[in-house]
Ligand binder design. Structure first.
Ligand code: HPA
Ligand code: ZN
Length: 349
């Protein structure tokens, strides 16, 4: 009973606290309803007859089995309005979850390879982000992510196409099939991006080894690691991440859906938190993995028996790891603390 009451309090805290999302692929917010609607509207065939059929297809055995379905789904996105509607629908959800700041990825090559100009993609997404700020007060940064299964030449071409819109982009990232596509494949394009004043991020250590995380740090000079859960294989790396507080954007429900961990109970985020790492909670591709930000927090709170202080630390880490200014970080940290004090009475744990 005591435990049940305290879990209820933790859930209320999760629901009410001001949140930050740092690892979200906008194409991964395409809900089956919108996929079906755009498929009809744009005359793009998808291999499903009903919304239920789409949902049923979302059973994945690993990263690649997900990516195949994810890239097929993204084909329904053609027009600037499609990218706008997709992004704005995500921001409406985030507003309901009291999310205050988002840093989101988009994959231009998924669209330019189908003949959709990068301008359409960037304008659709960034106009929705602007409206999200005006209507909901949600601040944002946009991150251009390269597909690592494609060549570095293709990534360089994509960077050059994006440069006229550089004022709308904060950083470049690296996603898609990790195994066999190490960070070292992209040293030159990341160097070019840094010379243009862009920050750098990379997915590393999701399915790949701890060595890929070292490469992202040493060769791509990243500001954060996306996923990074395989760092636990390497004690020196854990030590480095603890000392530098280089953040990891962890995505619990994604990791379970893609079988990085068999169950949420086996996830290592609590262990990494206890080791002093700057781990954060994120949703990755929520339309495919069964939960947005709040659901990711609740899943680990329950599965890993998190204390309210653990949840507070995770939420605080996300503010620390964001690209917000020091002043904005301070304001949000104060609000988070206030929410913690009002929901969790100090003597209950
Ligand atoms: N990993 C790699 N690439 C991706 C992912 C992911 O979790 N989601 C979308 N692209
Ligand atoms: Zn991701």
């Amino acid at each position: 009973m005591w435990q049940l009451e305290n879990m209820e309090k933790s859930i209320t805290f999760i629901q009410n606290m001001p949140k930050v999302e740092l690892h979200l692929h906008i194409e991964g917010t395409l809900e089956p309803e919108m996929m079906m609607q755009l498929s009809k509207q744009n005359g793009v065939e998808i291999p499903y007859l009903t919304i239920e059929e789409i949902r049923k297809a979302y059973q994945f055995s690993d990263l690649q089995s997900f990516l195949d379905i994810y890239y097929a789904g993204a084909k329904v996105l053609l027009h600037e309005d499609d990218f706008f509607d997709l992004t704005f629908a995500y921001l409406q959800k985030m507003h309901q979850e009291n999310c205050r700041h988002v840093e989101i990825f988009f994959d231009p090559q998924t669209h330019t390879s189908r003949g959709v100009p990068i301008k359409i993609v960037i304008n659709g997404i960034s106009n929705a982000l602007k409206k999200g700020k005006e209507e909901f007060g949600i601040s944002s940064h946009l991150i251009l992510s390269f597909l690592r299964h494609l060549s570095e030449e293709d990534a360089i071409k994509t960077l050059n196409e994006a440069l006229p819109y550089k004022d709308k982009i904060t950083a470049v990232g690296l996603d898609s099939s990790e195994k066999g596509n190490p960070p070292s494949k992209f040293i030159s394009v990341f160097e070019l991006a840094r010379k243009e004043g862009l920050l750098t991020l990379a997915h590393a250590g999701e399915e790949g080894p701890a060595g890929y995380i070292w490469q992202a740090i040493q060769e791509l000079h990243i500001s954060r690691i996306d996923h990074g859960v395989h760092c636990s294989e390497d004690a020196n790396l854990i030590d480095y991440l603890e000392k530098t507080r280089l953040p990891l954007t962890v995505c619990p429900l994604s990791n379970v859906k893609l079988r990085v961990f068999d169950t949420v109970e086996q996830h290592n985020i609590k262990e990494l938190l206890d080791q002093g790492l700057c781990v954060t909670v994120n949703s990755d591709d929520p339309a495919y993995f069964g939960g947005y930000l709040t659901e990711n927090y609740i899943a680990i709170a329950k599965g890993l028996h998190l204390k309210p202080q653990d949840i507070l630390k995770l939420a605080s880490n996300s503010i620390e790891a964001s690209f917000l200014s020091q002043e904005e970080k301070g304001d949000l940290q104060a609000e988070l603390e206030e929410c913690y004090n009002s929901v969790i009475s100090r003597d209950s744990y």
